[in-house]
Design a protein around this ligand. Sequence first.
Ligand code: ATP
Ligand code: MG
Length: 462
Amino acid sequence: MKWFQEMRIIHKLSLSFATVLFLLSISMGIILWNSMGNVMRDSLETKGIDLAAQLAALSSEPIQTANLYALHELVYLTQNSNKEVRYVFITDDQGAVLVHTFPQGMPKKLLSTHDVSQQKSEEPEVLVISTDEGNIHDVLYPIERGELGYIRVGMHEKTIQQVLLANIGELILTTIFIGAVTLVFCVKLTQLFTKPLNKLIKISESISRGILPAETKVTSGDELGKLTTAINTMTASLKKSEAERQSLLNHLITAQEDERKRISRELHDETSQALTALILSMRAMANQADNSDNKSFILEVRDEAAGVLHKLRDLAVELRPPALDDLGLVAAIQKYLDDYKERYQMKVEFDHSLVNPIPEPQASLAIYRILQESLTNIIKHSGANHVLIILTETDSIDLTVKDNGVGLTVETLSKARSENRLGLYGIQERVEILGGRFAIESEPPKWATVIKVSLPRLKEVD
Ligand SMILES: Nc1ncnc2c1ncn2[C@@H]1O[C@H](COP(=O)(O)OP(=O)(O)OP(=O)(O)O)[C@@H](O)[C@H]1O
Ligand SMILES: [Mg+2]
């Protein structure tokens, strides 16, 4: 019954209704056929006996006077005035046929149907004979207790069947009509119930896709109304926790950026300055060294300190690129890319159409961090040797990063999520907080992974 379970409610109800109606009309037809058939067969027999009794009374005198003509008249009149009468014949007390209504001659078989030797009473006998024309109720009626002979009247069931078929036909038509009217009513009623249910299904589906709909109007106090209220309450609480989550994430990201900024400044202003001072002192020390060995040792240490200073500056730039604050996004990206190309020997193309600096600091910082994460991922996972970055600014700020590496599958992504790898997830979160869109696609054959980010303009989320 899996197919039945998978059907829509409206189809289930219609099918159940049609089945019930079909079974009902079949059983009503059978009951009608049996009960009405029995009643009609009884009345056919009674009529046959009545006719035979009349004939017996009327034929007594013609038999005694051997008036065959009168007997003929009698049997033909009886047959012609009753459509249920298939045949009539009269025999004498020895069983010899006196008159009959068979145009083709008297069938011999009929004579032996009743055992007349036993039939010396006033009681009629009825036998049902099965023939090619259907059942015939054959009535044997003794004339003067059988001393003068017997009347035989054959009543056929044809008319009963015709009446029954006509009645059953009428019943079927009436059932179909009532069924059709009730079905329409049933379908309308189901639609009335399932329409709000379908709406609720759509709402639940959109909730499962992460789109939280506006409150749905509760139009009834029944189960559907209660379900709508429950979904409204669920949506409201989901919206609340989503807002809390976003605000928490926003705070986290801001706190992280502030911390990076602070460490970057600390590294640049404090640690780098101290190291620079140390390097200068070492140079002075080297100049004052008493022998050449000491001098070269001091100079070696000074060079090492200079290397550390260089790395510290790189780290400070990575933590908070000064170019982003001073020169804007494009210059910061270009500076980052120069370093990236040199470090990883990667072919990197950067297409941009930013005429003015992006006024939204959060957006430009987000774009910069997203690009950083995407380019790091390309080195870590893709095996690519060619990267194309497109940054455009229209109604929205759009960043696309394409690489020709191994590509990304849904399985890799869900595996990364389960292992708490948060790079791409972090990108998605940042984008959503800013009300933007994020997608991972591919553009075969050239670009295996295409990361697309679109942030709305002039819409700062606090
Ligand atoms: N450009 C890419 N090409 C191929 N696979 C990629 C690419 N970027 C990401 N992936 C795959 O997607 C997974 C998820 O990336 P994500 O940045 O979220 O995590 P991660 O880089 O592994 O760890 P984290 O960023 O937290 O240090 C990666 O583990 C990697 O398998
Ligand atoms: Mg990553």
